[in-house]
Design a protein around this ligand. Structure first.
Ligand SMILES: Nc1ncnc2c1ncn2[C@@H]1O[C@H](COP(=O)(O)OP(=O)(O)O)[C@@H](O)[C@H]1O
Ligand SMILES: O=C(O)C1=C[C@@H](OP(=O)(O)O)[C@@H](O)[C@H](O)C1
Ligand SMILES: [Mg+2]
Length: 166
């Protein structure tokens, strides 16, 4: 089976849903953020603070292109679609799922989160602007869109299984 990629904004549930999906399908699961942290030996906050966002994006693209191409679920970081090369890579794949949660759901889910350098609790307006800017890029890269607001993780995973191309 071709790998399944989950894309979408921070807090849409990509990391959580990817684990459930991989469990249901009995295949491996990868998270680009986790791979970046392993590669850099630093947290995401540290990479942004010490090396800068550009370095993070370089690592992110490198990791995306090194993931297994089959029998795996790949959860990506919300900014992966910022690079045209990454969008083109994803557009060539069979199962690219845009997990689309509305911004109020995202704000609620991440209200106590301090692990995402681009989501400051003091500047939610900036995060909402980024959310609106990225919407069309997620849609451009994905071939399946799933509403991820107000549904359990298990229901979302089941919906992806029903809609994916086998
Ligand atoms: N369908 C869901 N319903 C309720 N909470 C969820 C759901 N999906 C994810 N969450 C919660 O939202 C937060 C962000 O989820 P995460 O999987 O890290 O998102 P992402 O990887 O897209 O940033 C976590 O606390 C997670 O438990
Ligand atoms: O949207 C973004 O630019 C980012 C999303 C994060 O991943 P999640 O989407 O899993 O939160 C992580 O890659 C980093 O903090 C940057
Ligand atoms: Mg994640």
């Amino acid at each position: 089976m071709e790998a399944i990629y989950l894309i979408g904004f921070m807090g849409s549930g990509k990391t959580t849903v990817s684990q459930e999906l991989a469990e249901k399908l009995e295949i491996a699961v990868y998270d680009t953020d986790r791979e970046i942290v392993k590669l850099a030996g630093k947290t995401i906050n540290e990479i942004f603070a010490i090396d800068g966002e550009e370095k993070f994006r370089d690592l992110e693209s490198e990791v995306l292109h090194s993931m297994p191409l089959g029998d795996a679920v790949v959860s990506t970081g919300g900014g992966i679609i910022g690079s045209e090369k990454n969008r083109l890579f994803l557009k060539g794949k069979m199962n690219v799922v845009f997990l689309n949660a509305d911004f109020s759901t995202i704000r609620e889910r991440l209200k106590d989160d301090d692990t995402r350098p681009l989501l400051s609790q003091d500047n939610m307006e900036a995060a909402e602007k980024l959310y609106n800017l990225r919407l069309s890029l997620y849609r451009e890269a994905a071939n399946i869109e799933v509403d991820a607001s107000g549904k359990s993780v298990s229901i979302i995973a089941d919906e992806i299984i029903l809609r994916m191309k086998k």
